[in-house]
Write a new protein. Structure first.
Length: 134
């Protein structure tokens, strides 16, 4: 794993949170993107080499809607940048981690993503991200 690619933050109102993070970070988000497969609308802020990803649910069965129901707004996941997501999934399986989707799926911002169950990672939802080549 090479660096923290982004920190995912669950929010209930993306527009309000975009304003809040604009004030906090002193810069605007550089993109918004809807990822239908995950039931989320996202916005991204660049912070040095990493990013903050704000996530709002677009449907009631979205992982973000479920998270907000059980908990509250806040840090939802940490995403690590990997060079070869397939090799990393094999390595982590061998190490005994619980992979939620062994086949990488489409993420936001031109990425392939895989999630690890928080019960195998000290209660932290971990995302692996590999840049898709165009
Ligand atoms: C925009 C695309 C992509 C990107 O490119 O960056 C994204 O970031 S998408 C982000 C949204 N998508 C996901 O989160 C996909 C992976 N998540 C899941 O598959 C599920 O959310 C889950 C982690 C398997 C949990 O689902 P489920 O079992 O249905 O939820 P429960 O509400 O029943 O909770 C079970 C258990 O897990 C704990 N939990 C749930 N979410 C988290 C979390 N984000 N961080 C830490 N712990 C979490 C929850 O508290 C329950 O624990 P116990 O009460 O101890 O059983
Ligand atoms: Co993410």
């Amino acid at each position: 794993m090479r660096k923290i690619e982004h920190i995912g933050i669950a929010v209930s109102d993306l527009e309000k949170s975009n304003e809040l993070f604009h004030k906090l970070l002193g810069k605007k988000h550089f993109k918004t993107e809807t990822v239908a497969g995950e039931g989320v609308e996202t916005s991204f802020f660049q912070v040095g080499e990493t990013k903050v990803e704000l996530l709002q649910a677009t449907r009631p069965d979205s992982p973000i809607a479920k998270y907000l129901e059980r908990k509250s707004e806040g840090i939802h996941h940490i995403a690590f940048d990997v060079e070869d997501i397939y090799a990393e999934v094999e390595r982590l399986k061998t190490e005994g981690f619980e992979i939620l989707n062994e086949t990488p799926k489409e993420g936001a911002d031109n990425k392939l993503v895989v999630f690890l169950h928080p019960r195998s990672t000290n209660g932290v939802l971990v995302e692996l991200c590999q840049e898709k080549y165009l």
